[in-house]
Design a protein around this ligand. Structure first.
Ligand code: ADP
Ligand code: MG
Length: 688
């Protein structure tokens, strides 16, 4: 499609689009004619419904066919305000019409002519009204009334009429030249409408069933291209040849643990061991709720690689987490003769150089770190295994990038599934999945309470009580959008206040993203050792942090966090044998906040929470998509379109396993469009 000369043409050449308006359209991402027809309606206005006046209901949007029965009255209650009123009837009842500042109305309505008036009805007792209705002569119906009209998202300065006109003209220009990207067999198999029909009917549908049909095809196509481009950009697949590791006796490692593995952990490691011992490349995702014990699984895989003489890279999203993993992993590995090192953004330059050179000559077996591992000059001698923890925090690009280091190293990614299943299907559709569906024994569910600010004093008393019993607490400060600075300040302020007042006498620590890494490390170490009773923090502790003695999580302004994030934060407690609590301070009075807090209080299940969250946020807001490094979806909705997504995945399997993009001439247009998208939209994800 983009290869068609007209579709890449700027909208400047469309009638009615001058320089100023073009600039406004560009704010909506519309620069070319192709963009214009791919700017899909948000919803529709049904102007096909014409009713008898007597039948219309309060609040309803509809049309009536009626004639004028009064003079048209104009009044000027204020300067700059012209009110025009008229009374019409269709014989069943009277309808009062009002317009504001529409000078032309007076001369455009004639007596004894039938018009269709379309608008929102207000009905109070016997009185039926419509404000600012759209008018059309009944015998010309179909131009503005009598139709289903698209409603687009706008930006300041643009009206629906502007966008409608642009779409209409753009369609007119290119609809006969649109290339069909979906081959006929695919369209038959999945009952997908043709390209021209789809674009016409999505913007200006003749009826709603046509619109649905059109939408289905466009959603299918969008998801298909998304899936295919993801597969291509990752360039990793378990169909590839990989390293064949030799079986290893795990006993020396397991003997060092203070617990025995859960059955779920055993089962998952068994799956990993099979992958590693096979000649295929491992490409596996471990899903397990917070606290399910994913780290040890990673450690076991690393052990297996090391004993085979291969290096491993363990990548995590935050420095705090990297340091924590480094502490626990090196404690286990030191006596087993496996060399571990830590590489993060704040590792000193000289040390970094040393680590990198020991990695290159194979002196180091395991490197644990943040993206710093991805730096271009970080090379390995024999990289055999790449693990990413808290995968949902990384973009697709990073996952792709690290897997290119070394020669087809095995890949293991771990996530606590804070994203809905639909999204994870899209993101991880190419991975084999293992699920840790069991928590270690003796974990008690975390009791969660949502309260308002008036409970603070009681909360502080509760903290004291817990500390007296030897436990520790977290207080997380509100998220301040886009500002680490303010978040850090508010955490500082809170820590100071409670140190001197409410929690006087307790040992209160502070940690936030603006602190120097070595300072964070010091604070975290003292908290782990139990030298601090309370840790006031920003969201830097959100993922992975593991202090089993901490049993109380207090979250200030909880309404500002996403549910998945609250779940992650709550997961910082309940990690040991002690009963744990999470207190959400909800400052908002809104119904939606109340419902969200209710969900948190009612379940500890991360899956349930992420799905409910998406449901509550409703269609239209596909959260996390951009964060995951995906292009924005124009029409598909990962929540609503789960059904289509499943069909798409079947189609993708069929296409990939028969190599149709390369081999079947019918698939050429689809392959071309995919190339184009890879070039344009995925520029940053592609890994050449
Ligand atoms: P997550 O899955 O959230 O990354 P971790 O790997 O950090 O969880 O484990 C959480 C806590 O549970 C850690 O303190 C860990 O030592 C402990 N743990 C892991 N597996 C078991 C087990 N089988 N029995 C008891 N405790 C375990
Ligand atoms: Mg973890």
């Amino acid at each position: 499609m983009p290869q068609d000369i007209n579709s890449g043409q700027s909208i400047r050449y469309i009638k009615g689009v001058g320089e100023a308006r073009a600039r406004l359209f560009s704010k909506l991402g519309i620069c070319t004619v192709y963009d214009a027809i791919n700017y899909f309606p948000r919803e529709y206005e049904d102007r096909t419904e014409v009713k008898k006046i007597i039948e219309v209901m309060d609040g309803e949007e509809c049309g009536v066919t009626a004639r004028l029965v009064s003079e048209i009255a104009e009044t000027r209650p204020r300067r700059n305000l012209l009110v025009t009123k008229a009374l019409v009837t269709d014989g069943t009842a009277f309808l009062s019409l009002t317009w504001f500042n529409q000078r032309y109305i007076k001369n455009s309505l004639q007596k004894d002519v039938e018009y269709i008036f379309f608008g929102k009805v207000k009905r109070t007792g016997m009185r039926i009204e419509m404000n600012s209705p759209v008018i059309e002569k009944a015998d010309q119906s179909g131009k503005i009334t009598g139709r289903i009209l698209p409603v687009y998202s706008l930006t300041k300065g643009l009206t629906q009429a502007h966008v409608r006109k642009l779409t209409e003209n753009s369609l007119y220009l290119i609809k006969d030249k649109l290339e069909e990207t979906l081959p006929e067999d695919l369209r038959k198999e999945y009952k997908l409408s043709q390209v021209k029909f789809s674009y016409e009917e999505i913007h200006f549908p003749k009826n709603f069933s046509n619109m649905e049909e059109a939408r289905r095809r466009l959603v299918f196509e969008e998801l298909l291209l998304l899936q295919l481009s993801l597969i291509r950009s990752k360039g990793v697949s378990s169909e590839q040849k990989g390293i064949k590791f030799q079986p290893i006796d795990m006993a020396p490692l397991l003997d060092k643990l203070t617990f025995s593995l859960t059955n779920a952990q055993k089962k998952v490691f068994e799956e990993i061991r099979k992958d590693m011992e096979s000649a295929r490349r491992m490409n596996r995702l471990i899903q397990g709720d917070v606290g399910s014990g994913k780290t040890i699984i990673a450690v076991m895989a690393i052990y297996m690689a090391a004993k085979n003489g291969y290096q491993s890279a363990f990548m995590v999203p935050t420095e705090i987490l990297a340091e924590q993993h480094y502490r626990s992993v090196s404690t286990l590995f030191d006596s087993l003769g496996i060399k571990v090192s830590l590489l993060t953004g704040s590792t000193r330059k000289k040390e970094k150089e040393e680590i990198k050179s020991s990695l290159r000559n194979g002196e180091i077996d395991v490197v644990i770190g943040t993206h710093a591992i991805l730096e271009d000059d970080a090379g390995f001698d024999r990289l055999g295994l790449v693990i990413t923890d808290e995968q949902h925090r990384f973009g697709v690009r990073q996952r792709a990038k690290i897997s290119t280091k070394g020669e087809n190293p095995d890949i293991l990614v771990m996530t606590a599934t804070p994203i809905p299943r639909t999204l994870s299907l899209v993101l991880y559709g190419d991975l084999d999945v293992s699920v840790i569906d069991e928590l270690p024994p003796n974990r008690k569910p975390i009791d969660t309470y949502a309260v308002d600010g008036s409970f603070r004093q009681r909360i502080y008393n509760f903290i004291r009580k817990n500390v007296t019993q030897g436990r520790q607490a977290y207080i997380v400060c509100p998220l301040v959008e886009d500002s680490d600075e303010i978040s850090a300040e508010s955490a500082e302020g809170l820590a100071e206040r409670i140190r001197d007042n409410e929690l006087k006498g307790l040992r209160v620590g502070l940690i936030h993203g603006k602190m120097k890494s070595s300072d964070k490390e010091t604070v975290m170490r003292s908290y782990v050792k139990g030298e601090l009773d309370v840790l006031v923090s920003t969201t830097v502790i959100e993922v992975g942090v593991n202090v089993p003695n901490a049993t109380l999580m207090v979250i200030e302004s909880a309404e500002r966090f996403g549910l998945a994030q609250l779940h992650q934060l709550r997961g910082r407690v309940g990690r040991g044998e002690h009963k744990s609590y999470c207190i959400l301070i909800n400052q908002s009075k809104s119904e939606i906040s109340r419902q969200r807090m209710e969900i948190m209080a009612s379940t500890n299940d991360g899956f349930v929470i992420s799905e409910k969250d998406l449901e509550l946020r409703g269609p239209g807001d596909v959260f996390g998509v951009r964060q995951h490094g995906l292009p924005e979806l124009r029409i598909a909705n990962l929540y609503r379109d789960m059904g289509i997504l499943k069909e798409v995945q079947m189609a993708v399997k069929h296409i990939m396993s028969n190599d149709l993009l390369a081999k079947d001439e019918q698939y050429r247009p689809l392959a071309d469009k995919l190339d184009y998208i890879m070039k344009e939209k995925f520029r940053e994800i592609a890994i050449n």
